[in-house]
Design a protein around this ligand. Structure first.
Ligand code: C2O
Ligand code: CU
Ligand code: CU
Length: 519
């Protein structure tokens, strides 16, 4: 069972009365290429500051959007087709939200720095969107890492729901909160043969929480201007908004026909974890994880999804004609326990011929015996240079030298030891991995001796985790074991907690894939 982190620190406590389910769910546009390439497509995407209606009764909200929309347009491609994107920073000089200059993003730039990461993609280091490969408006300035103007995605991976979002050093939480996120969908022929719900019956859902000021502007807490050494806690450990948005609308509704729908659910929130259910108690089917389709569908009545995780699900509304069904979140708060509403209309436009096949996609488990390296990596609380608690990986700060250097083509097992009292979604760039198991261990003993003593048996991954993952729930007091093959490219990448407030505050580490000694 995962701990409910929604009660640990509620930052914005304002009681609000905002009518729910008054706006229709927007569906992000599919981006049209600027040019066709021989083997793919070339796009240009401008990051812009715009005003957008996020709720019927709100004044317009100033947001940042890729191509001027929040969420950004959806990029769609076939597997193995090349996608080139010129990401263009056209944002104003001043940040939309309060920037805390004491975080390790103390790298300060006169203009807003941005860099785009394609989350879940197997991509070369030059196009990965390394946090230090940031650039400012018009490429006037670039970070310490090589920034290239046009990113290249080769899409040598199976059909999957990926997403692109900002990853700039020290201000990722603010850039994403301002609106810089969008879907990126890879399709392939294997998937197309499955006859899953498609077209207008396949809908991406980006779930995010936000808070607002009375004038409709985005609220994000300003961090302490003067850090107080030794005072705990003086920094925002997480951010929880008091409204829930789906595809950029506060508590929207969607008219659905009494038939099967496929929803690609992405938790794009800064910190919030959701446990989603349907208010009529109906079950649904998860067919895919972060990295693609599962081997077979998993029936669920609740889905826990941490920041950056994706769940591909099928909901069958055929038995619910005329019903209003709420997609709920397990929470005691009357506001944040609601996500969106499905209004099942009475009639079908055409017969539902889609299926939920029993076998979806081939899946081969990586063999533990093939691993050439096992790394013990901790998640722990350590005071930063101001004496404030910061969460760290492997007992190291972001700027400490790189210590994880897998060899190209090798398989490694990473033991993620969570010494902190709540779960963290750990994400590794470049690879899709598999979860081996989670096993309780003696945290106190580990702290004093550095030795792992297990206090229980290994717990196998949940049925809906038995697929390709790039983000994993690392549970407290347990060793979460993941296995990955570091394939494709050598060079510099990162791994981090995807709670953006943690990522920006030293819960991020570099890793480098190196040439194999023997090859
Ligand atoms: Cu979705 Cu390194 O991030
Ligand atoms: Cu990523
Ligand atoms: Cu974390």
């Amino acid at each position: 069972m995962i701990m409910n982190i929604t009660n640990t620190k509620l930052i914005h406590r304002t009681r609000i009365q905002i009518p729910k389910f008054v706006d229709e769910l927007p569906i992000p546009e599919v981006l049209q290429p600027t040019k066709r390439l021989k083997d793919g497509a070339y796009y240009e995407v401008k990051m812009l500051q715009v005003k957008q209606k996020l709720h019927k009764y709100f004044p317009e909200t100033t947001v940042w959007g890729y191509n001027g929309t929040y969420p950004g347009p959806t990029i769609e491609t076939l597997k193995d087709r090349t996608v080139m994107v010129k990401w263009i920073n056209c944002l104003p000089k001043k940040h939309l939200l309060p920037v805390d200059r004491t975080l390790h993003g103390a790298v300060d730039t006169p203009e807003v720095r941005t860099v785009v990461h394609l989350h879940g993609a197997r991509v070369s280091p030059e196009s990965d969107g390394h946090p230090e490969a940031w650039f400012t408006k018009g490429y006037k300035e670039t970070g310490p890492f090589f920034a290239t103007e046009v990113y290249k995605y080769t899409n040598h991976q199976q059909a999957a729901t990926l997403w692109y979002h900002d990853h700039a050093m020290g201000i990722t939480r603010l850039n994403v909160y301002a609106g810089l996120a969008g879907f990126y969908i890879i399709r392939d022929h294997l998937e197309q043969r499955l006859n899953l719900p498609s077209g207008e019956y396949e809908i991406p859902l980006l779930i995010q929480d936000r808070s607002f000021n009375k004038d409709g502007s985005l609220f994000y807490p300003a961090e302490p201007p003067q850090p107080v050494p030794g005072v705990f806690p003086s920094v925002v450990p997480i951010f929880l908004g008091n409204t829930i948005l789906v595809n950029g609308k506060v508590w929207p509704y969607l008219n659905v026909e009494p038939r099967k729908y496929r929803f690609r659910i992405l938790n794009g929130s800064n910190s919030r974890t959701y446990t989603l259910r349907l208010s009529n108690g109906q079950k649904f089917y998860q067919i895919g994880t972060d990295g693609g389709l599962l081997e077979s569908p998993v029936e669920l009545d609740a889905l826990t999804i941490m920041p950056a995780e994706r769940a591909d699900v099928i909901i069958d509304f055929s038995g619910s004609k005329g019903e209003y069904i709420i997609l709920t979140n397990d929470d005691t708060d009357e506001n944040t326990s609601n996500v969106m509403q499905f209004r099942v209309v009475l009639t079908l436009k055409g017969k539902d011929t889609s299926t939920i096949p029993e076998i979806l996609y081939p899946f081969e488990r990586l063999n533990e015996n093939m691993a050439t390296k096992v790394r013990n990596l901790t998640l722990d609380t350590v005071p930063d240079r101001y004496g404030r608690p910061s969460f760290q990986l492997d007992g190291k700060m972001w700027r400490d030298p790189v210590t994880e250097m897998p060899e190209l083509g090798s398989i490694e097992i990473w033991n993620l030891l969570n010494l902190i009292a709540f779960p963290h979604p750990i994400h590794v760039h470049l690879v899709q991995f598999q979860i081996l198991d989670r096993r309780p261990f003696d945290v106190q003993h580990y702290r004093s001796t550095g030795e792992i003593i297990y206090t229980g048996d290994p717990i196998p991954p949940d049925a809906n985790e038995l697929g390709w993952k790039d983000t994993v729930r690392v549970t407290p007091g347990q060793v979460t074991r993941i296995i990955a093959k570091f394939d494709g490219y050598t060079g510099d990448y990162v791994w981090h907690c995807h709670i953006l407030e943690h990522e920006d505050h030293d819960m991020m580490r570099p890793f480098r894939v190196i040439k194999s000694y023997f090859s």
